[in-house]
Write a protein that binds this ligand. Structure first.
Ligand code: BGC
Length: 253
C-alpha cells in the first residue's frame, strides 16, 4: 500500500467536510474536519469554509471539492440544495483563487459522482462491471452512473419525475426526517423511486449511499426492487475520498 496523499472536501446541504486522504488505500488519512454549511450557502461563504478546512491541515497540493450541483469544466450549472447564486459560478476558479493555488491544482465535481468514484475504486463497487448506479440519500438524492467502471458524469437521477413529483422531494433521507417517517414508512417511497429508475435504466447493481446508509439494515431489506442493492461501504466519507482521488488524478480539468 502506497502513501500518496490527496485532499478532498465534500460540500453538502448540512455540512462541509474535508481532510487528507490516503489515495492508494482509498481511506481518510486523518480525522476529518466538519463545518456546518453556511446560510446562505453562497459561493463566497462556501469558499471561505473550504479554505478554512484546507488551511487547518496546512495542506498545499491538489484539492478536490464536491458540490451538490451539475459541474462541467469547473462551472456549476444547477443548485437544487445550495444557494442559487452557484448557477453559472466558475467554482474551480473561485476555489483556486481563495486557496491561492493554480487552477489546474483544483478539481470540482458533483458530490454523488465523487462518492461513486470512491465506491467503485475501493468500496462496494470495486471490480463491478456492467451498469452500476450509486445513489446517495441525503438532503437530496444524488446519482452516479458507471458503465464497466467508467463514470458517466452529472446524471441527476434524483430529479426524475415519479408520480408527478420531483423524486428527491418524495424519497430523499431529508424527507424521512422532515415528515418524521419511520424506516418502514419511508422504504416504500424509496422502492417506488428505484422502480421508476429501473423501468428505463435496467442497472446490474445499485449501491445505496449517503448518511442513511449507516442504518442500511433498517431499510435496505424492506425495498422491493428488481436490481440487487448493496450498501455503500465508505459511508459518509465517500465524497471526500472520491474528490481527493479525482484531484490527484487531475480528472475533470
Ligand atoms: C442535486 C445533485 C446532487 C444531489 C445530492 C441533488 O438535488 O441536483 O446535483 O448530487 O442533490 O446532493
Amino acid at each position: 500500500m502506497g502513501t500518496a496523499r490527496g485532499f478532498g472536501v465534500d460540500v453538502g446541504g448540512s455540512g462541509i467536510k474535508g481532510c487528507p486522504v490516503d489515495i492508494d488505500g482509498g481511506v481518510l488519512a486523518e480525522e476529518r474536519m466538519r463545518i456546518p454549511t453556511p446560510h446562505p450557502s453562497t459561493p463566497e461563504a462556501v469558499a471561505d469554509a473550504v479554505a478554512e478546512i484546507v488551511e487547518k491541515f496546512g495542506w498545499s497540493g491538489p484539492v478536490g471539492v464536491t458540490l451538490p450541483c451539475v459541474v462541467k469544466q469547473g462551472t456549476a450549472h444547477t443548485a437544487a440544495n445550495i444557494d442559487k447564486s452557484w448557477i453559472g459560478t466558475d467554482a474551480q476558479g473561485l476555489f483556486a483563487e481563495r486557496l491561492g493555488q493554480d487552477r489546474s491544482e483544483v478539481v470540482v465535481l458533483n458530490d454523488a459522482d465523487a462518492a461513486g468514484l470512491a465506491e467503485m475504486r475501493s468500496g462496494a463497487g470495486a471490480g463491478a462491471s456492467g451498469l452500476v448506479v450509486v445513489l446517495t440519500f441525503g438532503t437530496g438524492i444524488g446519482s452516479a452512473m458507471f458503465v464497466d467502471g467508467k463514470l458517466v458524469p452529472n446524471t441527476e437521477f434524483g430529479h426524475i419525475e415519479v408520480d408527478g413529483h420531483d423524486a428527491e422531494k418524495q424519497a430523499a433521507a431529508s424527507v424521512k426526517d422532515d415528515l418524521d417517517l419511520s424506516y418502514p414508512e419511508w422504504a416504500p417511497r424509496v422502492s417506488r423511486y428505484v422502480q421508476a429508475l429501473e423501468s428505463f435504466l435496467w442497472p446490474d447493481l445499485i449501491i445505496a449511499g449517503g448518511g442513511v446508509s449507516k442504518k442500511q439494515h433498517k431499510w435496505l431489506p424492506l425495498l422491493e426492487t428488481r436490481t440487487p442493492i448493496v450498501p455503500a461501504s465508505l459511508k459518509n466519507d465517500a465524497g471526500i475520498v472520491g474528490a481527493a482521488a479525482a484531484a490527484a488524478a487531475g480528472a475533470g480539468n
